[in-house]
Ligand binder design. Sequence first.
Ligand SMILES: [Zn+2]
Length: 423
Amino acid sequence: MQINSMLEKLKDALDYAQENSRFYRDLFEEYSIDLTSFSPDSFERIPFTQKSDLTARNQDFLAIEESSVFDITTTSGTTGDPISFYLSRNDVNRLATNEAGSLSLAGASNEDRFQLMTTMNRQFMAGLAYYEGIKKLGAGIVRTGPGSLKSQWEAILKYKPTYLIAIPSFIPSLIAEAKKLNINYQQTSVKAIVCIGEPIRTPELQPNTLHKRITDNWEVQLYSTYASTEMSTAYTECFAQNGCHEQSELIYTEVVDEEGNQVQEGESGEVVVTTLGVEAMPLIRYKTGDICHVYRTACSCKRTSLRLGPVIGRKDHRIKYKGTTLYPRSLQNFLTHENIWPYVITILTDHEGNDLVELLCDLNTDQTKLLDAFKQNFSVTPQIKKVSSDKINHLIYGKNLRKPQLVIDARSNQKAKDLISNL
Ligand SMILES: [Zn+2]
């Protein structure tokens, strides 16, 4: 997008927030932000909005009348209390535009049919976004939701979807089920999978072990996506699979270091977003807590929008463990590589305030071999606790969860503490 046109969109977003959002009106006043003389420099002087602001002043972010609220979603709340996220009717339309754009990036058109293997309920924004986006794209949808492996195959064989929308760690089990049921899965209608919630690439953008475990067995195209409720926007890979493209009409992305300065091409930092065109809960310079690599040079698909690599860590999951900083995401990537499944990583605090990391894995795990592998890859190793795979699966796919829970951060979450203390 042209710089001038982007500046105009940012200015519109700031004007709207100042006028309608109590939180931003207060913030701009407190920091004497003068929008009449707006420039890129003055934009970067606006303080970041943190997740803790959203928690502490959730209702003050609402920029429309209560009576104009249409859909109410929540964040997943895996790292604390869920935040309510409101959408107007226009926000749902924006979500449709966003998702139609995202699926187009992944090569889909109105001739495709999607099997949606995630929930649309439980106030889950992504499920709604997929539904609305597929409708806008003019494509078809089979809403199986997170059903059993057998029922997923029955739907695939009967309704012949061309795309699946799924959590990628679910796919190896889907392949195993096809083998068990003697389904000729190489010859089905499915040509691609839009992968949500987990990375399928290394930080260098190469296929990771999970990606290979799927594509070594099944000739399908995998597309990475990156999104969150707060952003209300998805970043998606194109056919070049060179990082996930920003949709510049809908969001403005910055990637910053610890001091808040923009990082250089190819470097990693925290993703900071400013939503464009959001009515109910616009966010300005919102720190997502996600650490990604950023690419600003043109993609080989000729699009010039910014691209993000896979999430390599989440700031609010950052662990200070035996004097080093550790992200559960790097442990997860390692465990995928070592073919450890199922597992759950738990984080607790001891009496002296130190973080404790424990890995729950099933009874068949070769603990000595795993510990050796840990020592070769990390300067610290977590405690390993073996429990039955039933108990682990119960944690991963707990009753009211919208996606698998592979990290339980119980440091300031009593409910999570209770959950893991009963094992
Ligand atoms: Zn591209």
